[in-house]
Design a protein around this ligand. Structure first.
Ligand SMILES: Cc1cc2nc3c(=O)[nH]c(=O)nc-3n(C[C@H](O)[C@H](O)[C@H](O)COP(=O)(O)OP(=O)(O)OC[C@H]3O[C@@H](n4cnc5c(N)ncnc54)[C@H](O)[C@@H]3O)c2cc1C
Length: 359
């Protein structure tokens, strides 16, 4: 049994702390966030796990890492004390006739990046059988079967409760930079912790690590959540658009999250009128039933991103950074955390994505 200090309690800090607990270790959490995780990007995210549709812009490696995570999610979620809404019916990609050129371009890129059997083109009749509500507005689609989504708020709540019960969790002021000295000052007040007794410190501050990781930048994303009793989609849906592809992700009880803008900026101010209008018109253009939907939330956050938009594990004098999850925290999180657990256990032969790590 080892003792770890995890700094940051967003998506990666939560998942890592839980997996360390599951492996029988003692976990201490230090974070400026509340127990719900409301300050984190992971709380705002749409939580789509889309290895193929994300690989079309991100490259084949995105699919490889994503498929590994998809495999892990199905096991990990079963180990939680409560059920998390998890839907793995796949993703449908559609475009309005005015944006058909975007769908053609997307399809050409899919053929280039992915194996042939990863997606299929479907006609209006097939679309009607899969998602009848879409067939009124769209006469063709692409279907990517191996894709999923989950309810991140449920996941955060369940992990928050579990970690509160089993970890020493301290809320702190934001930690600007990390060093051995600073870590000592933060852990001193705790009764059963001393710096010598820790086996490793792991920084999971996401955007909060900006002063320690010079290449880190924020990529702003805005989402809208709605309750639409007249709409009952069973798939995640991507709507091609010249500015950025919108995606609609189902939640339980006819709720949906539509995301997300992709804006190169560290700005965490509320959703702009322009983005709000774009998101809402995309929603309404998918299905008229969204006209009477109720807006539950409009939120923004920044995705912690490195130059190559890929995640990293970086070692230094006091411990490790896990960062750079960009728009793929749910897509990459489990795969990278599984690798990290092997690093901590010195099982280097099991590490799968070492080209992204600086150890
Ligand atoms: C709009 C939007 C939509 C997204 N949709 C998806 C999606 O569909 N699928 C997907 O895979 N990914 C998605 N993402 C990306 C995903 O949310 C991130 O990749 C992921 O949350 C990164 O996890 P993290 O733990 O590194 O950072 P975060 O989740 O942001 O967590 C960081 C934690 O550290 C704490 N912290 C920060 N600074 C400090 C400090 N100085 N001191 C102490 N604690 C600190 C924070 O309060 C927070 O708890 C989306 C992101 C956004 C913004």
């Amino acid at each position: 049994m080892k003792r770890y200090l995890v700094i940051g309690s967003g998506l990666i800090g939560r998942l890592l702390s839980w997996r360390l607990l599951q492996a029988g270790h003692t976990v201490n959490i230090l974070s400026s966030d509340d127990k719900m995780g409301t300050d984190s990007a992971g709380y705002i995210a749409a939580a789509m796990i889309a290895p193929a549709t994300e690989a079309i812009s991100g490259g084949a490696k995105v699919r490889e890492i994503g498929l590994r995570s998809l495999q892990l999610w199905s096991h990990w979620l079963e180990e939680l004390p409560e059920t998390v809404f998890y839907q793995n019916n796949g993703t449908l990609v559609v475009a309005h006739s005015s944006d058909k050129v975007e769908l053609d371009r997307y399809q050409r890129r899919a053929v280039h990046v992915l194996d042939k059997d990863v997606f299929e083109k479907i006609n209006q009749q097939q679309l009607f059988h899969l998602e009848s509500d879409l067939a009124d507005n769209f006469d063709e689609a692409m279907l990517f079967k191996q894709e999923a989504c989950l309810d991140n708020r449920q996941l955060f709540r369940i992990l928050g409760t579990l970690l509160s019960e089993h970890c020493n969790w301290q809320q702190c002021k934001p930690i600007k930079t990390l060093s051995d000295k600073i870590i000592k000052t933060f852990i001193k007040p705790s009764s059963d912790l001393s710096e010598d007794s820790l086996d490793a410190v792991v920084d999971c501050r996401g955007n909060g690590a900006i002063f320690d990781l010079p290449d880190l930048r924020g990529v702003r994303g805005e989402i809208i959540s709605v309750h639409a009793p007249e709409v009952s989609f069973k798939h995640s849906i991507r709507l091609m658009h010249p500015r950025y592809p919108f995606y609609l992700v189902p939640r339980p009880n006819n709720k949906y999250v539509l995301g997300a803008t992709v804006i190169e900026s560290n700005d965490r101010s509320p959703v702009s009128i322009r983005s709000g209008l774009e998101l809402m018109s995309a929603l309404y253009s998918l299905h008229r039933g969204f006209a009477e939907a109720r807006i539950i939330e409009m939120s923004s956050h920044c995705r912690p991103s490195l130059t190559n938009n890929m995640p990293t594990i970086k070692r230094n004098s006091w411990g490790y950074h896990l960062n750079g999850f960009y728009r793929h925290g749910y897509l990459f999180g489990p795969a990278i955390i599984a690798d990290f657990l092997n690093i901590l256990d010195d099982q280097t032969e099991k590490i799968m994505f070492s080209e992204y790590y600086d150890l």
